[in-house]
Design a protein around this ligand. Structure first.
Ligand SMILES: [Zn+2]
Length: 130
């Protein structure tokens, strides 16, 4: 498991241990959909955080997922931009653009509006909006 010493992979400009690090380590819980979105991106970017990804996935949408497969670093993620976010009561949305290098090394962008729900005070990723 890689532990970046300086800037967080989620491109917040903050140090990893002041940004997504505590969430991935389990010593803090994301309080906003933006924090959860960033930490999930960082978990994918670093690899080795399958448990975190699985546990922050809403139980209704976990079918076919496993911590082992989520821990695999199959994509080289190179950057994250949060374009928009909304939070209302226990529902949230984050629109983002995540860049990655494909296997030929050319830069691609994954654009998504992610939907989140909060249960018992904890945010979960539900699915991408249609
Ligand atoms: Zn971060």
């Amino acid at each position: 498991m890689t532990e970046p010493a300086d800037s967080c992979p989620c491109c917040s400009g903050k140090a990893y241990n002041k940004c997504c690090g505590p969430f991935l380590a389990g010593s803090a819980t994301p309080r906003t959909v933006k924090q959860l979105m960033r930490s999930r991106y960082t978990a994918f970017a670093l690899g080795g955080h399958g448990d975190y990804l699985l546990e922050s996935w809403h139980v209704s949408a976990r079918q076919g997922l496993s911590a082992a497969s989520l821990a695999a670093r199959s994509t080289r993620w190179t950057g994250l931009k949060i374009l928009k976010f909304e939070q209302q009561a226990d529902r949230g949305m984050v629109e983002f653009a995540a860049s990655f290098s494909d296997k030929d090394g050319s830069e691609q962008v994954h654009h998504e509006e992610s939907l989140f729900v909060r249960e018992n005070g904890k945010w979960f990723y539900l699915r991408a909006a249609e």
